[in-house]
Design a protein around this ligand. Structure first.
Ligand SMILES: Nc1ncnc2c1ncn2[C@@H]1O[C@H](COP(=O)(O)OP(=O)(O)OP(=O)(O)O)[C@@H](O)[C@H]1O
Ligand SMILES: [Mg+2]
Length: 504
């Protein structure tokens, strides 16, 4: 098996080394310059090399990798010029995934699994509200209570609100307004389809790491057309996928080839209005996921939309043409030209603006891991179809997917919504019991009046003792009930990863 991918040809072939794929990369360029086709060509080569791919199809022009391409004049011309090895129209093995479950295998996760950091991002919470959400998760986690869907989280938040006085001692102030704001945020998410993607069975990230019978890596395509309409939802889910990979895969160091390559299309939305803390965490995950055998490739129109701490980690770069009409664009061109290792007098700025569609300036890490000199290349034509995936083929792919049978049916196990509901019933019964107790106490006190002072004192002490111990035992039972009612025995301490998702 070759140890490299060839994706185009200039004076020399454009070569990405398999063992350097985990050093991450960038595909950038103005609109219409060839980013998507380049991504497709790379995905094809990865699949051929037995490496699974994960990508999000935002515009609906990537899923057609599941169909063989048409040998149009343009494609034939390009192929004749570049002479790609073993070129022929081919379809690649795909798994279509959809958060909304309409255009692919439903991808679900639980509220507990997504965790407070990503959920805060999803809900667009401010710091105070995020604090409250953290408390809700802390209480749930400590009690090993699994929050599965939105109604669970709502129940949990109401629970936290109702018990604010008790919880304050341990967790600090809990304001009703903040709880109200989070609840309203949940409504918005629900309107965007939250009832579809929070639930069970939860998607197992290991299902992305598949090869077909011929040893080709699966191209896992998140159908993100609708998802991208809410960029926050889109970026949060991609971060969730990335975190799952990070938290679940073992440390492996540098492999001969990665376990999976992850493409982050429209990557600029990832860092839009992101608080510094979250940005640092994303950078950390990107840096650390390398040694888990995952390569991350950012696809964006303007590379300067990505933070420097990310850009500096991207070893394999493909830069399509940039426009330079406005002063701001000219500045970008200059900045991008400077990021390449180049020989004297290359005039990269000029080249960057004059590249034709499907041409790029590229620089890949050499076998020693040193950035190669920048070179201008023409990208190979794709073997698979360009354009939209045929709806019939889409249906067939979904219906034939084994994953579809694994995930198609949502299950609604008893979760904390039901548990908390029962809990409040239990609490009501307890309250009644307490009232009865109190009534009896009053009666007794009445009788005590008739008794001697000494005796009365003694009695009074017992009563006080009993009232306080009865209050304690209410709290105890309350906690115990909360815990014993857990639908799924977590049976272990819940711990969370860098981006706050549940560790398995
Ligand atoms: N390597 C290539 N081989 C053949 N045709 C190509 C290649 N690259 C680009 N093209 C042609 O250019 C068109 C635009 O390319 P593409 O869709 O990849 O642009 P893009 O950069 O993804 O644009 P956008 O930012 O709008 O998504 C393609 O539909 C195709 O016709
Ligand atoms: Mg595109």
């Amino acid at each position: 098996m070759r140890q490299e991918l060839v994706i185009g040809q200039g004076e020399k072939p454009a070569i990405i080394h398999l063992d350097k794929l985990n050093r991450h990369g960038l595909i950038a360029g103005a609109t219409g310059t060839g980013k998507t086709v380049t991504l497709k060509v790379i995905a094809e080569k990865l699949s051929k090399a037995g490496i699974p791919v994960f990508l999000a199809d935002v515009k609906g022009d990537l899923a057609s990798i599941a169909e063989p391409g048409e040998l149009s004049e343009k494609i034939l011309e390009r192929a004749a010029k570049l002479q790609p090895e073993d070129f022929e129209p081919r379809a690649y093995p795909v798994e279509l995934l959809d958060i909304f479950g309409a255009n692919g295998v439903p991808v679900r996760t639980t509220i507990s699994d997504m965790g407070p950091i990503l959920l805060s991002r999803l809900l667009g919470l401010n710091e105070t509200q995020e604090g409250i959400l953290n408390i809700a998760f802390k209480v749930a986690d400590e009690k090993q209570l699994l929050l599965i869907d939105i109604k669970d989280l709502r129940a949990m938040l109401n629970f936290v609100g109702d018990n604010a006085t008790e919880l304050r001692r341990e967790y600090g102030n809990i304001s009703k307004q903040s709880i109200g704001a989070i609840l309203r945020g949940l409504l918005v998410i629900e309107e965007q389809g939250g009832d579809l993607f929070f639930g069970e069975p939860m998607f197992d990230i290991q299902d992305l790491l598949k090869t077909d019978a011929a040893g080709r890596g699966y191209v896992n395509i998140l159908m993100a057309n609708r998802l991208f309409m809410s960029p926050k939802l889109y970026s949060t889910f991609l971060l969730w996928f990335l975190s799952e990979l990070y938290e679940q895969l073992p440390e492996v160091g540098d492999l001969e080839k990665p376990k999976i390559v992850f493409f982050f299309d429209e990557a600029h939305v990832l860092f839009q209005d992101v608080p510094d803390v979250l940005e640092e965490k994303i950078e950390l995950i990107v840096r650390l996921i390398r040694s888990k055998g995952v390569g991350v490739y950012f696809v964006t129109q303007n590379p300067t939309d990505l933070p420097n701490a990310i850009l500096s980690q991207l070893g394999n770069k493909i830069q399509h043409a940039l426009r330079a009409f406005t002063p701001k664009e000219q500045k970008t061109v200059k900045a991008v030209a400077e990021t390449f290792r180049q020989q004297e007098g290359e005039e990269l700025e000029k080249k960057l603006t004059e590249l034709k569609v499907g041409e790029a300036l590229v620089s890949f890490l050499d076998p020693e891991g040193i950035p190669g000199y920048v070179q201008q290349v023409m990208i190979y034509p794709p073997e698979s179809k360009m354009g939209i995936l045929d709806p019939l083929v889409k249906e067939e792919k979904i219906n034939r997917s084994l994953l579809y049978y694994k995930y198609s049916e949502a299950i609604d196990r008893e979760s904390s919504y039901e548990q908390l509901q029962r809990l409040s019933e239990i609490k009501a019964i307890e309250l009644e019991e307490n009232e009865e107790l109190a009534a009896r106490d009053r009666e007794k006190a009445e009788q005590l009046k008739q008794l001697e002072i000494e005796h009365q004192k003694q009695k009074e002490q017992t009563r006080q003792k009993r009232t306080s111990s009865s209050r304690d035992s209410t709290m105890d039972r309350f906690t115990k009930n909360l815990m014993s009612q857990v639908g799924r025995e977590v049976g272990r301490v819940i711990s969370r990863g860098i981006l706050g998702i549940l560790k398995k």
